[in-house]
Design a protein around this ligand. Structure first.
Ligand SMILES: CC(C)(COP(=O)(O)OP(=O)(O)OC[C@H]1O[C@@H](n2cnc3c(N)ncnc32)[C@H](O)[C@@H]1OP(=O)(O)O)[C@@H](O)C(=O)NCCC(=O)NCCS
Length: 240
């Protein structure tokens, strides 16, 4: 069984920081998720309450333990105030890919926090987890989220018709993809073209000195596995 070890030090870009969730976030989590825009576009339940927040914390812990996801709280770098959520989820170790999901509390929107958060978590996913591809699915009606995808360098690849059950019926989703080494990902930009799959120097990833990569536990995990993520291929239990 694989365990994801989240970085001990926050991942920081300007006023935005990512860190593991804490029990102390529950009150702010409940307030944020009562904004109907969050359940409208995400899997967050409607009429969010403390029991939902407790369940969320439990699920995140389980998913970290089984290597199914890497969830972070988005917080203000200055005072650790909860701003939102960003996760690499449905991690598929065999194919070295994951999906990124996010939301921001209403008052934190329009300030660039989610753009910085998505860039940080993608850098972490490529450099530390060893992912090769990160996907982003936004509902066809969610213009703000599609703008976030484009701003972060994701390429629009397809519309997935009737892809999932939304809160108000079946939902078409726009699928975006970001490849390791591509424009918008960390480090030198090799290519941004959809369909480009090869990346020179897969074992010498840019960003190896990122905060996540430099944590002692991440370093010892890399030392024992050669390349984080790769060694788990084949042995990783398929998430969800
Ligand atoms: C998606 C979300 C995180 C974006 O946060 P944000 O970046 O702070 O949002 P902004 O207000 O800066 O808007 C982002 C962009 O979308 C545009 N936008 C916002 N609302 C829009 C709308 N209703 N129609 C069209 N464009 C819109 C903004 O003008 C901005 O464009 P720009 O990059 O050209 O400046 C936030 O809206 C949110 O939490 N929504 C609810 C949860 C959610 O949708 N999660 C994503 C699920 S895939």
């Amino acid at each position: 069984m694989s365990v994801i070890v989240l970085p001990e030090k926050p991942l920081v870009d300007g006023q935005t920081a990512l860190r593991p969730w804490r029990e102390a976030d529950i009150a702010a989590l409940v307030v944020a998720c009562r904004d109907p825009e969050i359940p409208r576009w995400t899997r967050v339940p409607e009429n969010y309450g403390e029991a939902d927040a407790q369940a969320y914390m439990r699920q995140r812990r389980d998913e970290i333990r089984t290597g199914a996801s890497a969830p972070f709280a988005i917080v203000a770098a200055a005072d650790d105030r909860l701003l939102g959520s960003v996760s690499l989820m449905r991690i598929d170790w065999e194919h070295a890919r994951a999906e990124v999901g996010y939301w921001l509390a209403r008052e934190a929107r329009g300030q660039g926090h989610v753009t910085r958060a998505v860039r940080l978590i993608c850098e972490y996913g490529f450099a530390t987890l060893g992912l090769d591809r990160i996907e982003l699915l936004a509902a066809t009606g969610n213009a703000a989220s599609q703008r976030v995808a484009s701003r972060c360098g994701f390429i629009r690849e397809a519309v997935l018709r009737s892809y999932m059950r939304g809160k108000h019926g079946r939902q078409d989703m726009v699928a975006f993809g970001l490849l390791a080494g591509s424009r918008g990902a960390s480090g030198p930009r090799a290519t941004s073209a959809p369909g480009a799959t090869s990346r020179p120097g897969a074992t010498s990833r840019p960003g190896a000195s990122s905060p996540g990569a430099s944590s002692p536990r991440a370093a010892s995990r890399r030392a024992s596995s050669g390349r984080a993520g790769r060694s788990r291929a084949g042995s990783q239990r398929r998430p969800e």
